[in-house]
Design a protein around this ligand. Structure first.
Ligand SMILES: *[C@@H]1O[C@H](CO)[C@@H](O)[C@H](O)[C@H]1NC(C)=O
Ligand SMILES: *[C@@H]1O[C@H](CO)[C@@H](O)[C@H](O)[C@H]1NC(C)=O
Ligand SMILES: *[C@@H]1O[C@H](CO)[C@@H](O)[C@H](O)[C@H]1NC(C)=O
Ligand SMILES: *[C@@H]1O[C@H](CO)[C@@H](O)[C@H](O)[C@H]1NC(C)=O
Ligand SMILES: *[C@@H]1O[C@H](CO)[C@@H](O)[C@H](O)[C@H]1NC(C)=O
Ligand SMILES: *[C@@H]1O[C@H](CO)[C@@H](O)[C@H](O)[C@H]1NC(C)=O
Ligand SMILES: *[C@@H]1O[C@H](CO)[C@@H](O)[C@H](O)[C@H]1NC(C)=O
Ligand SMILES: *[C@@H]1O[C@H](CO)[C@@H](O)[C@H](O)[C@H]1NC(C)=O
Ligand SMILES: *[C@@H]1O[C@H](CO)[C@@H](O)[C@H](O)[C@H]1NC(C)=O
Ligand SMILES: *[C@@H]1O[C@H](CO)[C@@H](O)[C@H](O)[C@H]1NC(C)=O
Length: 333
């Protein structure tokens, strides 16, 4: 009985250990580049990804890894770029990356990765984190917290439904977020308040499903160099976005706008990308035209037409010029 109980305990201990169910795959091919144009070395990892000398880049591509266990990547030497591309990665354990180097770029792409958990990237030193082209739907609110090295976050081509302002808590150097081709439906209040104040922000949220921009979305944010929200479903831009804010370049083409808010015409914009459908209000379009001309705003509208029925003209805006053409009258038989 006693022996049985001990065995049972041992078995349950072993089960607890294997409950983590994390075994590093063997025979993973690692490519190592010693400088930007240098030689490529090629070796096979027997469990942990590590390199024993200073190198420029470590690239792991087209392997089958599925799950990255704790301490799966251990780098104690200099390294500039780390890429894990197309490795069937579904899950990354907290503390999978044990890297003492400060990276310029850490890219994980083309993996069926769904969730970015707390504990994976908080302590990874990298200027740019590129998680584009995965299946990411969830980024835990504190997944990046305390990462003071991060400056650029790329999340393009994923399935992210919500923009979470908490991503930037205690990430004081992030100035660029790019999350095009996701499934976000709104930009919430105070979205960028915790991004850096030390340099102009670059925000790319084009090709989502954004219908609503909270009037307080830009409240508390620093100077905005570029705000790109092209290819969404925006009908109204709140006027508050332009009150006491600096947006240099605004890209709002391919939405459902009919006009800009009053405050837009008081803004200090220097560049506007704007191409709308024929529902755009014609009088408003003329105001936009005068506004951009008066302020010398660089404007990009490949071709935009509105019908001024009262005056029986079509107003056509082209890249560099604007002209009016008479409305085509239905031919009378
Ligand atoms: C890596 O080395 C193996 C064995 O030498 C070789 O078959 C393979 O083509 C190499 N891969 C690359 C990407 O160089
Ligand atoms: C991975 O596979 C793709 C497609 O087969 C190929 O183009 C690419 O060169 C491979 N990458 C490496 C590093 O072997
Ligand atoms: C991904 O890797 C697999 C091998 O694991 C390869 O067959 C496939 O072509 C790669 N896909 C791309 C897009 O590189
Ligand atoms: C990181 O790896 C080193 C070995 O290089 C080890 O001593 C250390 O405990 C690891 N850190 C963590 C948090 O596991
Ligand atoms: C961030 O740092 C604070 C203070 O050291 C700590 O309390 C908190 O748990 C850290 N957050 C994460 C996600 O590690
Ligand atoms: C985030 O921004 C708010 C509003 O400016 C500020 O009160 C708060 O201290 C910031 N939090 C961090 C962790 O930077
Ligand atoms: C804009 O800023 C000025 C000066 O800082 C301030 O007096 C004014 O109340 C602000 N207006 C709004 C609407 O926040
Ligand atoms: C054009 O804008 C109108 C007005 O907001 C909208 O109802 C319509 O769906 C838009 N058309 C396209 C193709 O987006
Ligand atoms: C635009 O600016 C002028 C002058 O600063 C001010 O009088 C006016 O109220 C502002 N209009 C709006 C809509 O903010
Ligand atoms: C706009 O630009 C033109 C040509 O670059 C220049 O002649 C004009 O003075 C500028 N106007 C303003 C208001 O800055």
């Amino acid at each position: 009985m006693h022996t049985l109980a001990v065995s049972a305990l041992l078995v349950s201990l072993l089960l607890t250990v294997s409950c983590e169910n994390c075994e590093n795959p063997l025979n993973v091919e690692i490519l190592v580049y010693d400088d930007v144009n240098g030689d490529i070395k090629n070796f096979t990892s027997e469990g942990v990804i590590t390199v024993s000398e200073d190198v420029f880049q470590v690239l792991v591509a087209n392997q089958t890894i599925k799950k990255l266990c704790q301490n799966y990547v251990i780098i104690n030497n200099e390294l500039t770029v780390l890429q894990l591309l197309n490795n069937s990665i579904e899950d990354i354990s907290p503390s999978a990356f044990n890297i003492s180097a400060t990276l310029a770029l850490f890219k994980i792409s083309e993996n069926p990765l769904n969730t970015i958990k707390k504990g994976v990237f908080n302590h990874v030193r990298t200027k740019e984190l590129d998680l584009s082209y995965n299946n990411i739907a969830v980024i835990e609110a504190d997944a990046l917290e305390n990462n003071t090295y991060l400056e650029i976050i790329k999340l393009n081509h994923n399935f992210i439904k919500e923009f979470d302002p908490n991503w930037f808590i205690k990430t004081p150097n992030v100035y660029k977020i790019s999350a095009i081709y996701n499934e976000m439906t709104r930009i919430p209040a105070y979205a960028f308040v915790n991004m850096t104040k030390t340099r102009p922000l670059k925000i790319r949220l084009s090709a989502n499903r954004i219908e609503e921009i909270d009037p307080l979305a830009l409240e508390g944010a620093g100077v905005i160099d570029v705000l790109r929200v092209s290819g969404n479903r925006i009908r109204d831009i709140p006027g508050q976005l332009f009150v006491n804010k600096t947006i240099k370049s605004l890209q709002v083409d391919t939405n459902k706008l009919q006009c800009f808010p009053e405050q837009f015409f008081n803004s200090t914009l220097t560049e506007l990308t704007f191409e709308e459908n024929t529902s755009f209000d014609c009088a408003c379009l003329i105001r936009v035209k005068n506004f951009v001309e008066d302020r010398n705003i660089t404007v990009i509208y490949p071709s935009i037409i509105c019908e001024d029925k009262a005056r029986e003209v079509q107003i056509v805006f082209n890249k560099d010029k604007t002209f009016k053409i008479p409305l085509m009258k239905p031919s009378t038989l």
